[in-house]
Design a binder for this molecule. Structure first.
Ligand code: FAD
Length: 293
C-alpha cells in the first residue's frame, strides 16, 4: 500500500519546525528517521495531512557531556549511539540495548527521539530511559520543558508530548562509578521486537544491592520501572528473598496479550529475567565493579 496524499516541508530551523507544527496542529506529524512513521503511513494506520521533516536540524544531532549530564540530541541515530565513545563510557546499558533495536538498515536511519516519541511499549530505549533516570527535553511554542522519563510514557504509542512540541534531547545523569548493568530480551530472532525485556542498572556492595533499577519493556501498555526491586536492596539475597521479589513483581505487572505471548507467559518470563539479572549482577560484583556480562 501507499500512504494517503500529504503535504511535506523540510524545516530550515528549530523555530521553523515549531511554527509549522503550531500552524498544522494535530494534522501534522514530525519526520525524523521515518522507520516507524513511514511504515505506519504506508499501511494507512495513520494519515497525517502535513509532514514536518526535521532531518536538517544539525543542532539536534550528537552526544555531549556537560558536567555530570550526558546529553543526546533527538536526531542522534541508533548507529551513532552504537559508535559513540561517550555512550560506551557513560551509558553502557543504552549501548547494549541499542544493539537489539531492529537491524543495521533501520539503525542507520532511526533516531533516539523518534523511538521515544513513538513510545512503542515493546521498544528497548523507553525502558532504558526509566532505568537510567532520564529527562526528556521538549521544545514548544512556549519554550522548553523537561519531563522525567517516568512521566513521559503515558500509554501505547502515547507520550506527554503535545502535538506542537518537538522532542529535542535526552539528558542522562552520569552513573555512579561502581554502577553495573544487565540487559536481556526474549525475542523470536535477534532484532525482532521483544516478547519481554529487562534493562537494569545496579550498584552492589558487599554482595548486597545498594541500588537496583529494573526497567521492563514489552510487558504492558508502557515501560515499567518495577517497584519490587526495593525488596532486593540492602538485604542478603537468599532464594526466599528472590522468591518474594518475584511474587511482588508478578503482582505489579499488567501484561498484555498479543500474537507473541499470553499474560501468564509474559509474567513468567519477567520473573525469569529478574532471576537471571540478580545472579548476573551479583556474580559480576565478585569480579569487580565495571566488569561486563
Ligand atoms: P520516525 O519514524 O521518524 O517517527 C516515529 C514517531 O515519532 C512519529 O510519530 C513521529 O511523528 C514522532 N517523532 C519523531 N521524531 C520526533 C521528535 N523529535 N519530536 C516529536 N515527535 C517525533 N524499534 C525498537 O525499539 N525495537 C525494535 O526491535 C524495532 N524493530 C523494528 C523492525 C522493523 C522492520 C522496523 C521497520 C522498525 C522497527 N523498530 C524497532 C522501530 C524503529 O526502529 C524505531 O521506532 C525508529 O527508530 C523510530 O525512530 P525514527 O527516527 O525512525 O522515527
Amino acid at each position: 500500500m501507499k500512504a494517503s496524499a500529504f503535504a511535506y516541508a523540510r524545516a530550515t530551523s528549530l523555530e521553523n519546525a515549531l511554527e509549522l507544527l503550531t500552524a498544522h496542529g494535530e494534522k501534522a506529524k514530525v519526520l525524523s528517521g521515518g522507520q516507524s512513521l513511514l511504515p505506519a503511513m504506508n499501511l494507512r494506520l495513520i494519515a497525517p495531512e502535513f509532514v514536518v521533516d526535521i532531518g536538517d536540524l544539525l543542532e539536534l544531532h550528537g552526544v555531549a557531556v556537560h558536567g555530570d549530564v550526558l546529553t543526546i540530541g533527538a536526531l542522534t541515530r541508533h548507529a551513532d549511539l552504537l559508535g559513540s565513545p561517550e555512550i560506551a563510557s557513560h551509558a553502557p546499558l543504552l549501548r547494549e540495548a541499542v544493539a537489539h533495536v531492529a537491524h543495521p538498515a533501520i539503525r542507520n536511519r532511526g533516531t533516539i527521539g523518534g523511538s521515544l516519541a513513538q513510545a512503542d511499549p515493546a521498544s528497548e530505549l523507553p525502558a532504558c530511559m526509566l532505568t537510567l533516570g532520564a529527562t526528556i527535553v521538549a521544545r514548544g511554542p512556549g519554550g522548553e520543558r523537561r519531563i522525567a522519563a517516568h512521566e513521559f510514557f503515558t500509554g501505547i504509542f502515547e507520550t506527554a508530548l503535545l502535538p506542537q512540541e518537538l522532542l529535542v534531547a535526552v539528558e542522562l545523569p552520569m552513573p555512579a562509578k561502581d554502577a553495573t548493568h544487565f540487559f536481556h530480551e526474549f525475542s523470536r530472532r535477534h532484532g525482532d521486537y521483544a516478547i519481554v525485556g529487562l534493562a537494569a542498572q545496579a550498584r552492589v556492595k558487599n554482595d548486597r544491592f545498594a541500588d537496583l533499577r529494573l526497567g521492563y519493556f514489552a510487558i504492558g501498555d508502557r515501560p515499567l520501572l518495577a517497584s519490587s526491586a526495593s525488596k532486593l536492596v540492602g538485604v542478603v539475597i537468599t532464594s526466599a528473598v528472590l522468591s518474594e521479589a518475584c511474587s511482588a513483581l508478578g503482582a505489579e505487572l499488567a501484561p498484555l496479550e498479543d500474537q507473541q505471548a499470553t499474560p501468564a507467559m509474559r509474567r513468567h518470563l519477567a520473573k525469569v529475567l529478574l532471576t537471571r539479572c540478580v545472579s548476573s549482577l551479583l556474580a559480576r560484583s565478585d569480579l569487580g565493579a565495571g566488569a561486563s556480562a
